[in-house]
Design a protein around this ligand. Structure first.
Ligand code: GLU
Ligand code: MG
Length: 436
């Protein structure tokens, strides 16, 4: 049958979806300047398709300009169409970045980091997901057998990641039923979030080639484990690692310690962006190895920010291995918005001259709120509604984003919640696992 290859120009949006338009791949050069037409109210399309209250109505026109450096072409060589897309930025027709463009919001946050510290951000997203089309075999947690069950899918994914410009790292059978985890090598700046987006798309595409269905939903069943996103971050001063200081508290350099302190100080107000679904708050509960408090963990998996281990055995120098991971995140969010919120909170901590926090190695859920407060901890919001209230109520946080962003975001999320009104938890979980 005849066919002409097409490419999708796309970007992540407030729903954490990747939306865009396709055109013949032969027109890519032309579209690099011209872009594709985009509609402002699209930003209010929720993950369940219901459209939130929009300040734009039927008015306005934007352009989505694909970025050559975020172009992905993967030929699976299986007789099916080539996977071809390019992430891009949404702009006003006069070229200004659009206030609701997640990638432009991230670029502004990275500019702030660079201006305040002179440092470059290095990082990688680590993803957990579950196969949802098979009854999950028992007894496979972390096993070779569990890997073997999906070896074909894993090996195709690794090849696709490499073709897409991602650096494959590990693939393993995680603890949960049908749950796997995939990690990749770090990249710099905006590509940290681009690579997370590309991984999510490539993984869905790979599963599709095998007629399989996967989900990144934050949690499928409150009695089981969640699917977390762990955002690994470190800093570079030119090409030199700038996160480690042997003399610093927990090995953190002064600037990295202040950054982490800022992230934790503002965490309860940004979690609406980093863990943005109704079911995200079923996952952010104690004893799940996720995150329930604004604490720093030194190799502790029940912490919102964890200092990751370094090994003396590695061929990579300690300072270059050293990184921390943000764990109060999931794949219902736009990676660009997640990263932007974390960077702003961190830079705010640097500007405020905060001190490197103490690390916890205890069960904070055993402390009452007075005891928590005495030590400077808060329980993270326990519902999306509560998270949105803290986000909208924090004027410092609102000030990091373009004019009007907070209001549109809250309205978007309220429309998502309206779809779930009156539904039982299992039905809500079922809806989310279909859309992520
Ligand atoms: N599945 C856990 C989560 O929801 C994370 C487990 C781990 O430490 O890898 O975040
Ligand atoms: Mg894991």
């Amino acid at each position: 049958m005849i066919a002409e290859e097409m490419i999708i120009a796309c970007c992540t949006d407030l729903a954490g979806k990747v939306r865009g338009k396709a055109f013949p791949a032969s027109q890519f050069e032309k579209r690099l300047r011209r872009g594709i037409g985009w509609t402002p109210t699209n930003v209010q399309i929720t993950c369940f398709d219901a459209i939130g209250e929009s300040p734009f109505g039927a008015l306005g026109d934007l352009v989505l300009i694909p970025d050559q450096s975020a172009r992905v072409r993967v030929d699976f060589d299986d007789g099916q169409p080539v996977e071809h897309f390019a992430l891009g930025d949404i702009r006003h027709t006069d070229g200004r970045p659009w206030e609701l463009c997640t990638r432009s919001i991230l670029k502004a946050a990275l500019d702030r980091l660079e201006k305040v510290t002179g440092l470059t951000l290095l990082g990688a997203f680590e993803h957990e997901f579950q196969l949802r089309d098979v009854p999950a075999p028992r007894g496979e947690a972390y096993t070779a057998a569990g890997f073997r069950t999906e070896r074909r899918l894993a090996e195709t994914l690794i090849a696709a990641m490499r073709e897409a410009g991602l650096e494959p790292d590990t693939f393993m059978k995680e603890y949960g039923g049908g749950q796997y985890e995939v990690t990749m090598g770090p990249s710099r700046g905006v590509s940290i979030a681009d690579h997370s987006t590309i991984l999510r798309e490539i993984l869905h595409a790979t599963a599709g080639r095998f007629d399989r269905k996967i989900t990144f939903t934050p949690i499928r069943d409150p009695a089981g484990v969640g699917n977390g996103v762990h955002i690994h971050l470190s800093f570079l001063d030119g090409d030199k690692p700038a996160t480690y200081d042997a003399a610093g508290k927990h090995g953190l350099s002064a600037v990295a310690g202040q950054f982490v302190a800022g992230v934790l100080r503002y965490l309860d107000s940004i979690v609406a962006l980093t863990a943005p679904s109704a079911v995200s708050y079923l996952r952010l509960t104690p004893h799940r190895w996720s995150a329930a408090f604004n604490n720093l963990g030194f190799r502790d998996r029940e912490a919102s920010v964890r200092i990751c281990p370094v090994s003396d055995l590695s061929d990579i120098a300690k300072a270059a291995q050293f990184n921390f991971e943000f764990r109060a995140a999931d794949a219902a969010a736009s990676p660009h918005l997640q990263l932007a919120a974390i960077i702003h909170a961190g830079v705010q901590g640097i500007e405020e001259g905060l001190q490197t926090p103490e690390a916890t190695a205890e069960d904070l859920s055993l402390l009452d709120s007075a005891a928590l407060a005495a030590r400077g901890y808060v329980r993270l919001p326990q519902s999306l509604r509560e998270a949105l209230e803290r986000f909208a109520g924090n004027t410092t946080v609102a000030g990091w984003f373009p004019e009007g962003f907070t209001d549109v975001y809250v309205k978007h999320k309220m429309a998502e919640l309206a779809v779930l009104e009156g539904k039982a938890t299992d039905e809500i979980c079922g809806l989310y696992e279909q859309v992520y």
